[in-house]
Design a protein around this ligand. Sequence first.
Ligand SMILES: C[S@@+](CC[C@H](N)C(=O)[O-])C[C@H]1O[C@@H](n2cnc3c(N)ncnc32)[C@H](O)[C@@H]1O
Length: 427
Amino acid sequence: MNVRALAAKAIFDVLERGLSLSVALPDQQQKLQNSKDKGLLAEICYGVMRQLPQLDKCVSDCLTKPFKGKQRILHQLLIVGCYQLYFTRIPARAAVSETAEACRQLKFNGLVKVVNGVLRNIERQKAPLSEAAETLTYNTPAWLIKRLQQAYPQHWQQVIEQSHQRPPMWLRNNQLQQTRQQYLQALSDLDIEASAGLSDDAILLASPKDVTALPNFAEGAASVQDGAAQWAATLLAPQADEVILDACAAPGGKTCHLLELAPQINLTAVDFDAKRLERVQQNLDRLNLKAQVIHGDAANIDSWWQGGKFDKILLDAPCSATGVIRRHPDIKWLRKNNDIEELAVLQQQIVDHCWTWLKPGGTLLYATCSILPQENRDQISQFLARTPDAKLVTIAQQQNPQDIGWQILPGQNNMDGFYYARLVKDQ
Ligand SMILES: C[S@@+](CC[C@H](N)C(=O)[O-])C[C@H]1O[C@@H](n2cnc3c(N)ncnc32)[C@H](O)[C@@H]1O
């Protein structure tokens, strides 16, 4: 099947079946042999997710009758065609003919002419994409714009603009294998341009690279992890022999970083999602690290843990992921307004329960990749109000020491949007 047909299928899976692109895309990529085609498929799918409302309107305006039922995938196919015409350097003739061919491959022979005709029309007119409504202007659902306006009245537009940028690629140097300076040198020896980030192990690549091109990647010399996410292990500051719980661990980026900083800790990595948990073990294996990996509920620790309380807990809570839209643009279309309140309730349950499993004097680091106060600042101030033995410890990197936690916005120092609050339990 050609790249356009597979792109339509992946986009259909996201928009009509609610799958995340990180699941839907590999499903289709595995049907391709050639890495260039796989790259083009990713470029089209991510590009469509970034520009969806404009493309959707352009296609809808050109159709006299919307596609329904099984034919609905042709709407997605036309969006794929439209994206190529507006946002890529693919010659228009090739974009139209390949997309029409995809229609045939999707077994809608009778509609090839329609697809062809609509795309030729779009190509001929090439009118500026519509910019009428707010959703179209900001390529963001109205409910999210509203929440961002409330949270960041001065610079919500900047937050949205940053969420549309293509994210840079960050690496985490594995300090058990070499110093960051040594790894920077190894990259430079291969003519890979890179610089040191603010946290100790972070390396920012000037342009994204396939991991197979990185020095000793398969042997665990480095991992791919955003600069913001790399603060988690540093802020929790694991020490040898401590008993630590990584309460929402999959796919294990922070689990592995904790062990790279302190291989002698006694670490338990838990996640609710058995499939995602497999990736924790794979990451540990690649880096030759050891942790106890458990399939369990962080809001019901008693059901899977026979040991005592923990010295430290990392709670990287399930969240809206609104801080990483630049990396996963499908989030904008998968999330719904009501999700935020539901997630806030779930986060509250998990943090309250984990707190009961923390030793007196212990530290719990609460983290999300959200930029919405309901999941971050408000969540933690409510937690502090109902938890008399909890104290918030200021994080040195916070812009204002009075802030409740450290909110990183997307693009700040090239990082993803992220939130950290460090909580210590009274002795
Ligand atoms: C933000 S992700 C964690 C990312 C991970 N810490 C890392 O650095 O790779 C949140 C995780 O929480 C998990 N999760 C959601 N609800 C949970 C629960 N009640 N108990 C344990 N894990 C849960 C999800 O399956 C998801 O893997």
